[in-house]
Ligand binder design. Structure first.
Ligand code: FES
Length: 177
């Protein structure tokens, strides 16, 4: 039986949707009727307009805490000063989007985004001002780019999720840059 181009297109769309769902991707139906697959799960918008310098915002996404920190100039300047004390200063072994593989581990220097779970056993580290994060469970330390210090049991930098900026003060988690 011959199929119309429309019916073939529909079959292809259904097949693509099914395989994406099987892979755990989130599906979003656009008003146009086009189904968009999000490989990182449903996106979440985070507003930054009221986030002061030095403050950390935590949002829940994919059942995980995600941090958004507006870093100060001083904390950014300090990133180059302690790299000999880090396990993976260039994030060679660490998980982050390709565009975040830089000293700041971010798309924009002032805004740091990371999964807020220690890479040792998953506790929630605390922000210690401009010096970074300290995990209360076994004292692993991370700088404000989420790079782990050698002194402590964690061996991997904090995980950076996919995100992109939609505007100066609005980012979208779960979407590639
Ligand atoms: Fe963070 Fe062990 S869970 S140091």
């Amino acid at each position: 039986m011959e199929r119309s181009p429309n019916s073939q297109r529909r079959r292809i769309m259904i097949a693509a949707t099914a395989s994406a769902v099987a892979a755990g991707a989130a599906m979003v139906l656009r008003p146009s009727g086009v189904v968009i697959a999000h490989p990182h799960g449903s996106p979440l918008a985070v507003e930054l307009g009221d986030l002061p310098v030095g403050k950390l915002r935590t949002v829940e996404w994919q059942s995980k805490p995600v941090w958004v920190l507006r870093r100060s100039e001083g904390s950014l300047a300090a990133l180059a000063s302690h790299e000999d004390l880090l396990i993976d200063p260039e994030s060679q072994q660490s998980m982050q989007p390709p565009a975040c593989r830089n000293r700041q581990r971010s798309l924009r220097p002032d805004i740091f985004v990371a999964i807020g779970l220690c890479t040792h056993q998953g506790c929630a580290p605390n922000l210690q001002g401009d010096s970074g994060f300290l995990c209360p469970c076994h004292a692993s330390r991370y700088d404000v780019a989420g790079r782990v210090f050698q002194a402590g049991p964690a061996t991997a930098n904090l995980v950076i999720p996919a995100y992109r900026f939609e505007a100066d003060n609005r980012l979208l988690l779960g979407v590639d840059a």
